[in-house]
Design a protein around this ligand. Sequence first.
Ligand code: HSE
Length: 443
Amino acid sequence: MSNPKKVKIGLFGFGVVGQGVWKNIAQNRNALEARLGAELAITKIVVRDSARERTVQVPNEIISTDPATILEDPSIDIVCELIGGTSQALEWTKQALKQGKIVISANKALICEHGEELFKLAQENGGHYFYEASVAGGIPIIKTLREALVANRFSLIYGILNGTSNYILTRMEREGISFEATLGDARSLGYVEADEALDLDGIDAAHKVVILAYLAHGKWVALKDILCEGIRSISSDDIKIANELGYKIKLLGIIARDFEQNSLTVRLHPAFISKRETLANVDEVYNGVSVTGDVVGTTVLIGRGAGQDATSSSVISDIADAVSILQGRTSEARFAQDNPLEDSETLELSKPEALESRYYFRFKVKDEEGVLAQISHIMAGHHISFATVKQKELPDGSALIMATTHLTKEALVYSACEAIKNEATVIEAPVYLRIFDSEAYLT
Ligand code: HSE
């Protein structure tokens, strides 16, 4: 289609995000259509249950449970996949791309697992696959990397990419309450995904990290090959000690590129981060991403990482790009989503155990003579040197030893923990967190 005056859009899914797209297009229709020079018409919506009550009212005749009403309608050029999941969404996305349609997705799990295949399919069939809403909700991180920062190579991208975990950590820090107590509130506010592991075990944020790593470095990294740890093991004691030492605890996605070694580190885990870092002060359900490019320096984006309006803002921005392409008003190369910013053929993914970092440890031990010396001895045997040590007596006669270390290797941390947890005086397996230092990547 060239220079269409009316662009037809089909939506798969009419839940929170789908209704947000409808509502916000309607709300800003005049301005949006004037900017795009086209009428935006959502002509079909495919849902699982057409009888379901919805806040946003749409004409009954455009709602259907039959995917063919979108997939077999050649007048629909833009398809928004907003159903989530990786089975039906994959099938319908593939069918739409095979027909050369432009598909827009907020589905980070699908892109993380099948992005390689889907981008290829888009390219082979002259379509496009857009995904601004898949990472950090309303923050325009995809377009920022691809378009605004195209002049750069990225040594470090790190960010807070899961609003639910950030909400829980913020409440724990501000109110000194436990993970479990805060989780209850997060659940009742509807923040936690139906599959809680996505939020609490870091999987949702890891999906987003994988997408950003591909975009910035051209390498599809499998989730199983990266370190992915959530926030379940963090206690209010950890947060209190972090605070005393000048840190906050945040769930961080980290993508670090060593251009000299041609290696890439991709990981997702909670970490101590200095309160001086901008991202340490991104709290509650907000997301933030810090991008360091060799030309621009460090740029930080902060905003709403989830929710109806923020996510639909990103979906609509992809619709706008799709309309531009259909109008022939922009170079397709600019939006070639299947072309990452780097060529990755020889790029090596670093193994998690190769990390060098400072660490924080929490040991729960019997409060007896010589126990601290015993732990120090094992740590020294693994060439791990303590920087700070603090002990807290517990009412049951045990004690928490909370310590930070100087720079060490993750592989040594694994073996030291193995040795320590087998000691008779040690009550629980040690908990450790990495101390993130952005400077370490920028020298
Ligand atoms: N569960 C996600 C979050 C939703 O908390 O950030 C947005 O991807």
